[in-house]
Design a protein around this ligand. Structure first.
Ligand code: CUK
Ligand code: CUA
Length: 640
């Protein structure tokens, strides 16, 4: 209603105010103090205390940032091609970006989930979602490489993912857009309520290898699913999704999806769903999806198109899904470290509701329902409510926890982070963010064991925080010390792409497990070389295979003749180095195929189809030794 309009107008007003010249925000001074500087100072040669894995949003990558320094340690290419290391350019990596619709070399990565055991980070894998062409990726945290991408069928706008259960049994994905299920269909958009479905996917994760498998899907009503969190400890076995557009509008959502006073947190009893699957109650359905896996043995990816799905229908199996009314268009939903409290962040709500898992179970047992949706019970708000946080600020989005009984909620509209006590619901402290914070993150914050020392705000608007760089500014993160009663701003740092969510964990969990190079004797790439002796050129019809080696500081072979216009030329480059941090690059003049970066002991392939005669120099793109500049060669292309 009017409420909504007013809040957004207010949002506009506040944003304008915040940037008015001469209106320097208060609190900026605290960041200038020597005390703050010493808290983020990591001396040269020293390491950061935490790895922070940050989503890149529309750049489709993850970045790795050290905390507390804010230094960028690496960009991990995930869904988008990345010239720095040939991701999506090498023949080996291209299948990773395959989908049921072909090669899609970009996506919009919003959320990170770090693997857990017993609700604590084990940091074996980092999962990330692709929103655009629904996908879930898994990054191995010993190589910081994307090793698996699973496409999600019956989904569009895979926003509500990837969220994991406490032992990483499942990665969960909810669709943002409801869509016709199956391999899409040509139906009138007006038939939304009949033909469109909201689908929740449960993807099992292999305990030892991490390999994902689409275990089952639940056909939910055509709401929009925004975010989710698994229950943990006492609520292990349940999942909680925030929903909006429970009005089921398909046009002008800005107005039509904000009619109702309350939307829902959708509680899903996944243990029950799992049991129904075991009992054979899943319907067999079909829709195509790609499953792409990187093989560390061959250093190659394979892509398989699958189509078999097991679907549960909660209209028939009525004890899987329960709806908890939640004001108003909830964005984040978060569960506290004990698993007892579920927090819904209605972005248009004036309070923050905190629900009790114990009360929810009781309400289900007593059938304390106010109605049903397609036969699925709607619980009474009051019977599940632990309490409401009053006057928290405007536009609550996301909540994290410090493990000391406090919650921290980001306030997008009023541009602040608010600290409050989960039991008493009292607001304890608030700090401004610059500006319009989206997600926030505490290391271990979504787990059963937060490390409540730092909090990072990932802000949507940057404006005057850094030296200006034309119309496009880097997004902005801010690091706060939360170890005391009052939060203290320590550091501003720019991010890579748009950070939505991030997770951080102690560096000690993985820093001694890092792979430094790949042993050559274990390189099972079919075109690998084990030494310089077999470096050669082989023709098979119109295909020319160049078996090439790199070692400081030469390519073998380095003079290549016999290639003709229109040939398919494959450079299979094996890096013979067996030492840490000695990759070699490969690029050839004018080729439309970008470059390779080959890790020590690895083989990578660049394909090029020359379209003209001439001499084409190639060279190493990564400064690798004093004679790096000498690392070069020529390829001659003759007429067809
Ligand atoms: S979303 Cu970005 S601020 Cu995509 Cu998790 Cu909430
Ligand atoms: Cu190899 Cu530069």
């Amino acid at each position: 209603m009017k409420m909504k309009t007013r809040i957004w107008l207010l949002a506009g007003a506040m944003v304008t105010m915040a940037f008015a010249p001469g209106c320097k925000p208060k609190g900026a001074q605290s960041a200038l103090s020597g005390d703050a500087a010493s808290k983020v100072y990591v001396a040269p040669g020293e390491h950061d205390e935490f790895y922070n894995i940050v989503s890149g949003g529309f750049n489709g990558q993850m970045s790795v940032v050290g905390l507390p320094s804010g230094r960028v340690l690496k960009i991990v290419p995930v869904f988008s091609v990345h010239p720095e290391n040939g991701w999506g350019f090498s023949e080996e990596s291209k299948p990773m970006l395959n989908t049921a619709h072909g090669f899609v070399p970009w996506d919009d990565l919003h959320h990170i989930a770090i693997s857990t055991t017993n609700a604590e980070h084990d940091a074996r894998w980092a999962f990330g979602n692709g929103n655009n062409t629904p996908r879930i990726a898994r990054v191995d945290l010993t190589t910081f490489k994307t090793v698996e991408i699973l496409e999600i069928p019956n989904s569009a706008g895979n926003h509500s993912s990837p969220f994991i259960t406490e032992n990483t049994e499942y990665v969960v994905a909810g669709t943002r857009f409801s869509v016709p299920t199956g391999d899409n269909r040509d139906v009138p958009i007006e038939t939304y309520k009949e033909n469109f479905k909201g689908t929740i996917s449960f993807i099992s994760v292999d305990k030892d290898h991490g390999t994902m498998d689409l275990a089952f899907q639940i056909e939910a009503p055509p709401f929009n699913f925004d975010l989710a969190r698994a229950g943990k400890k006492k609520s292990h076995g349940w999942f909680f999704f925030s929903t909006y557009n429970t009005e089921m509008a398909h046009t002008l959502l800005e107005v039509n999806a904000s009619q109702k006073d309350k939307d829902f947190i959708m509680a899903v009893n996944w243990k029950k769903a799992e049991q129904y699957i075991k009992e054979g109650k899943g319907k067999k359905t079909k829709a195509k999806y790609a499953h792409n896996v990187w093989d560390e043995n061959t250093h190659m990816a394979t892509s398989t198109i699958k189509e078999d799905i097991l679907t549960l229908d909660p209209k028939e199996l009525k004890d899987i899904i329960y709806f908890i009314p939640c004001p108003k268009s909830p964005h984040g939903t978060d569960t506290d470290p004990s698993g007892e409290y579920i927090i819904g962040s209605g972005k248009l709500a004036a309070i923050i509701p905190v629900f009790s898992f114990t009360k929810m179970l009781k309400a289900i047992e007593n059938q304390d329902f106010e109605g049903t949706i397609d036969g699925m019970p709607v619980l009474k708000y009051e019977s599940v409510l632990h309490g409401e946080v009053e006057k928290p600020g405007l536009g609550p989005l996301h909540t994290e926890f410090d493990g000391r009984g406090n919650a921290y909620t980001s306030m997008f509209v009023s541009s602040e982070v608010v600290k409050w006590n989960i039991e008493t619901l009292q607001v304890l402290d608030r700090v401004p963010t610059y500006y319009s914070v989206g997600h926030l993150m505490i290391p271990g914050g979504p787990t059963g064991k937060p490390h409540g020392k730092y909090m990072v705000a990932y802000n949507k608007i940057t404006k005057d925080r850094y030296l200006p760089t034309g119309p496009e500014l880097a997004h902005s993160a801010q690091l706060y010390d939360i170890s005391g009663d009052k939060m203290q701003l320590l550091l501003d740092f720019p991010t890579i792409g748009e950070p939505h969510y991030a997770e951080a964990f102690p560096a000690s969990l993985i820093k001694d497990k890092q792979v430094k190079f790949y042993p050559l004797e274990k390189n099972n790439h079919p075109r690998a070389l084990k030494g310089i002796n077999n470096a050669r050129v082989e023709r098979e019809g119109n295909k020319v295979h160049i078996y090439m080696t790199t070692i400081r500081s030469n390519f073998r072979p380095d003079n290549i003749e016999g290639v003709r216009v229109g040939d398919e030329v494959y450079f299979h480059v094996t890096n013979l180095e067996q030492d840490w941090d000695v990759p070699h690059g490969f690029a050839i003049k004018g080729a439309n195929t970008a470059e390779l970066l080959v890790m020590p002991g690895e083989t990578a392939t660049l394909k090029w189809v020359p379209d003209r005669v001439g001499i084409f120099p190639f060279y190493c793109t990564d400064f690798c030794s004093a004679l790096h500049q000498e690392m070069q060669g020529y390829l001659r292309v003759s007429p067809a």
